[in-house]
Structure formats: C-alpha cells, structure tokens
Design a protein around this ligand. Structure first.
Ligand SMILES: CC(=O)SCCNC(=O)CCNC(=O)[C@H](O)C(C)(C)COP(=O)(O)OP(=O)(O)OC[C@H]1O[C@@H](n2cnc3c(N)ncnc32)[C@H](O)[C@@H]1OP(=O)(O)O
Length: 203
C-alpha cells in the first residue's frame, strides 16, 4: 500500500491501516523536507513499479484530492474501514474512501470514491454521498440525506433527514442544516444560512 500525502490526515490513515493489518510500503509527497512520518519513509520520486501498489490519497482538501486522483495511475484500494467503525453490511462504499475510528455508517447507504468519513461521524440509513466528500469528525448525517460531489460537512454539523446538499458545498462546523442547499454554497449557523459561494471546487 502506498499513501499519497504526508499530512496529518495521513497519520490517521496509518493508524487505520495498522488497525486492520494492512502493510504500508511508503508515503509519497513532493515536499522534500519530509523524510519520515510515524516511522514510515516519505519518498519524493515516483518509482517505476509504483503502479503495482494499491494506493490511498491522504489529502484532506476535497478538490486537491480529486485533482491528484485524476493524475495517478495506481489501482486505488478498496474502502479502508477502521476496526472500531460500525458499517452496515447493506452499504456500498467505493474505492479510495476511508472510514475513520468510531464512525458509524448505517443500512442502505451509498458512499462514493475518495471520501473521508471522519472520526466519530454518523452517516445514517439511506444516505447517498457522492465522490470526494468529507464528513468531518462528529458530524451527523441523518436518514435519507443526499450529499453531492466534493462537499465538506464541518465538524459536529447536523444535517436533518431528507435534506439535499449540492456539489462542492461547505457546511460550517457546528451548523444545523434544515433546508436543501444549492451547489457551491457556504453555509453556517443554526439554522444554517448561506454566507457566500465557493468560486471553485472548494475542498
Ligand atoms: C481532522 C480534522 O481536523 S477535519 C477538519 C474539519 N474542519 C472543519 O470542520 C472546518 C469547517 N469550517 C468552518 O466552519 C469555516 O469557519 C467556514 C468554512 C464555514 C468559513 O470559513 P471562512 O470562509 O474562512 O469564513 P470566515 O471565518 O471569514 O467567517 C465568515 C463569517 O461566518 C461566521 N462563521 C464562520 N464559521 C462559522 C461556523 N462554523 N458557525 C457559525 N458561524 C461561522 C464568522 O463568524 C463570520 O461571521 P461575520 O461575517 O459576521 O464576522
């Protein structure tokens, strides 16, 4: 397994990989000042046989993660699920997604590729989550919610049942979302109000 990005997020992914007994070959990052993280070598040049290794992208920013994924020719790993996470067997989770410690994903939910279901978050039943989404620590996505590609649900936010969140939306930490949210909106507060729009894919 190779990890792209020697970030703080990579450190948590390393712990998750260790929890399920996956072997880590090395970490790749273009910052040449980084030599090791948590005892693993950080390499800076892509070796010829790198395509033979399964990969995960450890970059928290959703749009950068998307751009990096387009450039890589690795096979991305199947979803990585921490040993302590509770994930219903009746869910579909696509490649490159990581489910962090103590997260819960309930029945009949579908999660796209290269998502982050972060520590202690809850994704309830019948939720549909697009690619490159980040559900931050302790956020709660209740039943029948839809979240479009690239959206970021901030730490501790709550999305009430049935709400549709567009693409590349940012939901502020601790916000409570009670209405549908259009693409690219940045929303904060309880109840959540739009304060601006992301100009580009927000991350
Ligand atoms: C493992 C990990 O660490 S995962 C990381 C998880 N990260 C997060 O949860 C971060 C989520 N991000 C936020 O909440 C950010 O504050 C954002 C993205 C919503 C806004 O950030 P910015 O675009 O920099 O906005 P800025 O800080 O200028 O705030 C704009 C206004 O919104 C308010 N605001 C910002 N965030 C929030 C919030 N979460 N709740 C309520 N109000 C907020 C500000 O007070 C400010 O109000 P004012 O104009 O009346 O002064």
């Amino acid at each position: 397994m190779i990890i792209y990005g020697a970030s703080g997020h990579a450190k948590v992914i390393i712990d998750v990989l260790k929890s399920i007994g996956k072997e880590i070959d090395h970490i790749l990052d273009d910052d040449r000042s980084l030599k090791k993280i948590l005892g693993f070598d950080v390499k800076h040049d892509i070796s010829q046989d790198i395509e033979k290794l399964d990969a995960i992208i450890a970059i928290g920013n959703n749009s950068i993660r998307k751009n990096v994924s387009k450039k890589l020719s690795n096979n991305f790993c199947e979803a990585i699920i921490d040993k302590s996470a509770v994930v219903s067997k009746d869910t579909e989770i696509q490649y490159g997604t990581v489910v962090m410690p103590n997260a819960i994903v309930n029945s009949s939910t579908s999660i796209g590729a290269h998502c982050i279901i972060n520590t202690n978050s809850v994704v309830e039943h019948d939720v549909i989550i697009g690619d490159f989404v980040h559900i931050s620590p302790s956020a709660t996505v209740t039943g029948n919610v839809k979240i479009g590609e690239g959206s970021h649900i901030g730490a501790g936010a709550v999305i009430i049942p049935g709400v549709k969140i567009g693409e590349w939306v940012t939901i502020g930490a601790g916000s409570v979302i009670i209405n549908d949210i259009p693409d690219h909106a940045v929303v904060v507060g309880n109840p959540g109000k739009i304060i601006k729009y992301n100009k580009i894919d927000n991350g």
